[in-house]
Design a binder for this molecule. Structure first.
Ligand SMILES: O=C(O)CCC(=O)C(=O)O
Ligand SMILES: [Fe+2]
Length: 266
């Protein structure tokens, strides 16, 4: 795993709100990630989010954007081994400048053959904490192109995005630009990746993905990270209902069973 970041990569992440790391996994690691994700998805069955039996059902359009299985680390040993890797936490910490990182949630995102596009959106406003150093890794498990559902980012959008302005991922792919009319004429950047490459994006960077215009699935494994010390803002998102009921706005989200600490600067 290419886990050592250059100063140039860190600066590029901070300026643009995303960075692509080519050749992140070597061929053997890529095989382990593919098989771990296959294990996790199969083992999970139809349930979308671990420890949330009551998670709302998706509508028909959304269910054809991707097969989405969240927090596979909680119920698949092979995924747990990959996701609890301290190096991932260190990369997320170094890119953002945070003091440390916890797992917010992982997710397998498999855009099936002929899958719908992923509408433009911001991630962190959905989550139970709001923090400018929220960040996600997105690992390509297949070669990802503009034909099969490659990602697009709006460079620099993390600098003026707001936690209170966002849209849901629906069939209106440009709905985010109604919330941010000032971004309507900005040029997005496509991020094609070879299998085993990855990107990191800020929880405030506008992004989306193309439709899958191929007869094959586009597999990705992702993980969102929460800066250590982030506090609860009143949204349940993927939190188990039992835990959610105990939280008050402003509480530090430091439950190691739900949000394990991956890395902290010494
Ligand atoms: O894989 C996709 O289609 C979308 C990915 C995404 O929105 C994310 O990783 O935050
Ligand atoms: Fe996203």
């Amino acid at each position: 795993m290419k886990s050592d970041l250059t100063q140039e990569q860190i600066e590029s992440y901070q300026d643009n709100g995303f960075v692509v790391i080519d050749g992140f996994l070597d061929a053997d690691e890529l095989e382990s990630w593919r098989s771990a994700v296959a294990d996790g998805v199969e083992n999970r069955g139809a349930k979308k989010v671990a420890n949330r039996e009551d998670y709302p059902e998706s509508d028909e359009y959304y269910s054809k954007i991707f097969l989405q299985r969240v927090n596979l680390w909680m119920d698949s040993e092979p995924v747990r081994k990959l996701m609890l890797d301290e190096r991932l936490g260190r990369m997320a910490t170094e890119l953002t400048g945070a003091d440390g990182m916890r797992i917010w949630h992982d997710q397998a995102l498999i855009k099936q053959a002929w899958g719908n596009p992923t509408a433009w959106h911001l991630d962190c406003p959905y989550w139970s904490f709001h923090h400018p150093n929220a960040i996600s890794i997105w690992v390509a498990l297949d070669d990802v192109t503009v034909q099969n559902g490659g990602l697009f980012f709006l460079p620099g959008s993390h600098k003026d995005a707001e936690f209170e302005r966002n849209v849901s991922i629906t069939d209106n792919i440009g709905g985010l630009f109604e919330a941010y009319p000032e971004w309507k004429h900005r040029e997005p950047v496509a991020a094609p990746m070879k299998a085993g490459s990855c990107s990191f994006h800020s929880g405030l960077t506008a992004h989306g993905a193309a439709a899958n215009f191929t007869p094959r699935a586009r597999r990705a494994m992702t993980c969102a990270y929460m800066p250590d010390g982030a506090t609860y803002v009143g949204k349940q998102n993927v939190l188990p209902s039992e835990y959610f009921k105990t939280l008050k706005i402003g509480d530090v989200l430091d439950n190691d069973a739900q949000n394990p600490l991956l890395y902290r600067r010494s």
